[in-house]
Design a protein around this ligand. Structure first.
Ligand SMILES: Cc1cc2nc3c(=O)[nH]c(=O)nc-3n(C[C@H](O)[C@H](O)[C@H](O)COP(=O)(O)OP(=O)(O)OC[C@H]3O[C@@H](n4cnc5c(N)ncnc54)[C@H](O)[C@@H]3O)c2cc1C
Length: 423
């Protein structure tokens, strides 16, 4: 059996794999990228039809290439993102092989490098970069009812309202996916129940600057770790319909019934935590704190950005917040489907190396794992808050490429000294 050899194998050709290839090429590191489907596949087939970026086109991209023919302040659609990543790969002539799945990666015994089993043969590489995504396996919590009369899907499987049966919908989870899907279903004429947990909800824009700009100049994309206690706080933002602040009171005024965290299902009745008002208040506090920080930044830097006092006005709390429903008989309410917008897990079952902690979480420092030669890229909080996003992964890829180039230098020194000793 012939074994193909490369210095660095990158697994996955989403934005992370393409950014990795760009940086490896820049440093002259021979490499190959394997992708089990197509470039940027998840943007093409694992997102709902109407999804647009959460950030504007000037921001949600790699440095060095703009979105062709797109207003920089517009929110591009998911297909355009996929095309952009594909075009970028073409521009840099990335050595990507599509339709090849990596089945396993194991460390070689008694010699350096790794042996990689793929759907198309065996490859050996000195370095392996796992760029298989921050959002790999849709997670539906164990409390989901076993009720065959209900259609239950994860947000990753949601495409459009026509996919669901007639009847009301319960959307569980009010991060960016949950709120956008709930709003789309409500606009399509469905009665929607939206289960809202702890969340941040930055203003879409404030004093003429988008929130992505504010998070950038305030250093928040670069924060290296989550605030303690915020592990379960999601972020609710939307670029839909030209972009707007996620406002739960406004969603309620349009007819969406807000409920607290989903607690349990029993005999067709779902119970909710009595935490809705708290969750809304916490989201408000997060929103207002960003306005305060933005105001202080403007003053400190003497910027000429118009005041926007009306951004601090909220609609009155709707009835569903002041008198929340704590349980709902699904059949009586006509609920025929549940959408679980409850996040994702990682799956590295194919990566059979010593790069995980006892709980199975990748163990790494800025993507450099505890198994020498194995690197992770694209994970949430890999090095900073911006790490899983298009613009953030670029900087992490630069660091990892640098680390690989450095290791290659050490190996070259060893090889050269072996030659001179032999001579
Ligand atoms: C609903 C949603 C909206 C988002 N919106 C934005 C946004 O507006 N802006 C933004 O910057 N980010 C956004 N993100 C976050 C992030 O940009 C995306 O998740 C993005 O897809 C991550 O890119 P990636 O390359 O790290 O991983 P992925 O896109 O997941 O790519 C990983 C690739 O690896 C391949 N792969 C997996 N396993 C193997 C294997 N064993 N062998 C070979 N190939 C394999 C997969 O097929 C896939 O193509 C969003 C995420 C979600 C879920």
């Amino acid at each position: 059996m012939t074994v193909e050899k490369t210095d660095t194998l990158v697994i996955g050709a989403g934005q992370a794999g393409v950014a990795m290839s760009a940086h490896l090429s820049k440093l002259g590191v021979p490499h190959l990228v394997l992708e089990r489907s197509r470039i940027a596949e998840r943007w093409r087939t694992e997102r709902w039809d109407s999804l647009v970026c959460n950030g504007p086109a000037w921001h949600d991209r790699f440095p060095g290439m703009e979105f062709d023919g797109v207003d920089p302040d517009a929110f591009v659609g998911k297909e355009q993102v996929a095309t952009y990543i594909e075009d970028y790969a073409t521009k840099i002539n990335a050595p990507i092989r599509t339709g090849v799945e990596v089945k396993s990666v194991v460390r070689n015994a008694g010699r350096s490098g790794f042996t990689i089993e793929t759907s198309e043969g065996v490859i050996e590489a000195q370095h392996v970069v796992a760029a298989t995504g921050p959002f790999q396996l849709p997670v539906i919590p164990a409390l989901a009812p076993e009720d065959t009369r209900l259609t239950q899907i994860h947000s990753a499987q949601y495409r459009n309202p026509a996919q669901l049966p007639d009847g009301a919908v319960l959307v569980v989870g009010a991060g960016s996916s949950g709120v956008q899907i709930a709003a789309e279903l409500q606009q399509a004429g469905k009665q929607v129940y939206l289960s809202v947990g702890a969340h941040d909800r930055p203003p879409r824009a404030y004093r003429k600057r988008d929130f992505v700009w504010w998070l950038g100049v305030l250093g928040k994309w670069d924060k290296s770790a989550m605030e303690p206690g915020t592990e379960h706080v999601t972020i609710a933002v939307s670029g839909a319909h030209g972009g707007h602040t996620v406002d739960f009171r406004d969603l309620a005024s349009q007819g969406i019934q807000l409920v607290g965290m989903t607690k349990s299902f029993d005999a067709g009745v779902v119970s909710f935590q009595p935490d809705l008002a708290d969750n809304i208040a916490r989201g408000d506090a997060n929103y207002l704190s960003l306005l305060d920080e933005a105001d202080a930044y403007i003053e400190r830097n003497g910027l000429d950005l118009p005041p926007e006092p009306e951004a601090r006005n909220f609609l009155p709390n709707p009835e569903c917040v002041t008198h929340p429903i704590l349980s709902l008989d699904l059949a009586a309410a006509g609920v025929t489907s549940i959408i679980w917008a409850t996040g994702f897990a990682l799956d590295y079952s194919w990566l059979k190396v010593n790069a995980f902690d006892d709980s199975g979480k990748p163990q790494h420092q800025r993507g450099v794992s505890s198994e020498p030669g194995i690197y992770f890229l694209g994970l949430a909080w890999l090095s900073r808050r911006g790490s899983p996003f298009i613009w953030g992964v670029w900087h992490d890829a630069a660091h990892i490429a640098d680390q690989i180039a450095m290791q290659r230098k050490y190996k070259a020194y060893q090889a050269a000294s072996e030659v001179s000793t032999a001579a």
